[in-house]
Design a protein around this ligand. Structure first.
Ligand SMILES: *Cc1c(COP(=O)(O)O)cnc(C)c1O
Length: 392
């Protein structure tokens, strides 16, 4: 009770701030190597690749506190966090249960690199615990899920994962990129390791690539030693930008929660829109679960237009505020067609099996005024409203 740092808003500002030489903002320590006095082992040598500069350690402390973990290790990208974590938990001969429809880079790593290393993957439906039981075998070592899937924003049976993993001695790993610790803290549900692409909401300014793995001190030390060898270390300047970006995470994400809800409702009521995917809407299959687990559903949503792929092209070309680009979670609103970008390497029937139609539009809301965004969306939808079908 005596700790003045209680809410996540205060943690973002004050947790893990070393105030070096009294500096209010964390300075950049642009030094590749440091005085070795007192070094005990290889991993303690003070060198950028060993992830122990002042910029690393300040971020690690802050990121661990934000997710409620004992420790954290910041990495050169979200993929560096995911691959290094999986390569720490899994060895040749092991198998991992992974949620169908995971992020494309994770899917590629699990199918291509893991296969080459003799690590097997069994795909599961995150909604269906019985599918986990059926897929689990004697060599299964871990279960990997995401807080919300891309691009349909589905929320799996996340409460079931940690008890299932504990019952069978598996390591539970969750990618919390889409929810952020402002909306959801999986370690509180018993997950072992949380990973993020800090490129997205955590940094929030579309100007760096970074990642993090958070969990027990023991897991984080093992992941750090693996990372020290694999080399996916964050550069001090990127660390500085992530540190700065994190300070505004709560105000950004709360704005995006509110805009997400308002814009999802606007689109849902629009006659040119066929279907909206946003877990904050009662019509979304994960609505009840998102309400139970999350503070908000953040600013990423997807939708299909009545006119399909042709209408989607017209719509996107008429937008004036959203920028057509991949990625998400930044202060600028971005829009893209997953069939042409994030899911372009899948065959059309594979995309359809994941529920990704050729006209599906994904939007990542920034922190512009929701009124301005709604006016721009309305304008872009205008030539498409003559169709007879619709939601209302
Ligand atoms: C972007 C993303 C990643 C990969 O992160 P990078 O920082 O681009 O390496 C992993 N998981 C999810 C859910 C993502 O959105």
């Amino acid at each position: 009770m005596n700790d003045p740092i209680r809410s996540i808003d205060t943690k973002l500002i004050h947790a893990g701030e070393p105030r070096i030489l009294g500096a209010v903002a964390m300075p950049i320590f642009q030094s590749a190597t440091f005085d070795a006095a007192g070094q005990a082992s290889y991993h303690d040598a003070r060198y950028i690749r060993l992830n122990n500069t002042p910029n690393h350690t300040a971020l690690n402390t802050k990121l661990a506190i934000l997710e409620g973990g004992e420790a954290a290790i910041v990495t050169a990208s979200g993929m560096a966090a995911i691959t290094t974590t999986l390569l720490t938990v899994l060895a040749t001969g092991d198998r991992v249960l992974a949620q169908r429809g995971v992020y494309g880079g994770t899917h590629g790593f699990l199918t291509n690199e893991c296969a080459a290393l003799g690590i097997g993957v069994d795909w599961i439906d995150a909604n269906d615990r019985s599918s986990w039981e059926r897929a689990r075998g004697p060599r299964t070592r871990a279960i990997f899920v995401e807080a919300m899937t891309n691009p349909l924003l589905e929320v799996g049976d996340l409460e079931g994962v940690a008890p299932f993993a504990r019952a069978y001695g598996l390591v539970s790993i969750i990618d919390n990129t889409f929810a952020t610790p402002v909306n959801f803290r999986p370690l509180e549900l018993g997950f072992d390791i949380v990973v993020h692409s800090c490129t997205k909401y955590m940094n929030g300014h579309d100007d760096i690539v970074a990642g993090v793995a958070i969990g027990s001190a023991q897991w984080v030390q093992r992941i750090t030693h693996r990372l020290n060898h694999l080399g996916g270390s964050l550069d001090p300047h990127a660390a500085f930008l992530l540190h700065r970006g994190l300070k505004t995470l709560a105000v950004r994400v709360r704005h995006q929660n509110e805009s997400g809800q308002r814009i999802a409702e606007f689109l849902h009521a629009h006659r040119a829109v066929e279907r909206v995917y946003y877990a904050g809407l009662p019509s979304h299959p994960s609505h009840a679960r998102a309400r139970a687990l999350f503070t908000g559903c953040a600013g990423t949503l997807s939708f299909d237009l009545v006119g399909g792929a042709a209408a989607a092209q017209t719509f996107v070309s008429r937008l004036r505020l959203p920028i057509q680009a991949p990625s998400l979670g930044g202060v600028e609103t971005l829009v893209m067609l997953p069939a042409l970008i994030s899911h372009a390497n899948l065959a059309p029937e594979e995309r359809r099996a994941l529920g990704v139609g050729d006209g599906l539009i994904r939007m990542s809301l920034g922190i512009e005024s929701a009124d301005d965004l709604i006016a721009d969306l309305d304008h872009a939808l205008q030539p498409l409203t003559t169709s007879r079908r619709g939601n209302v």
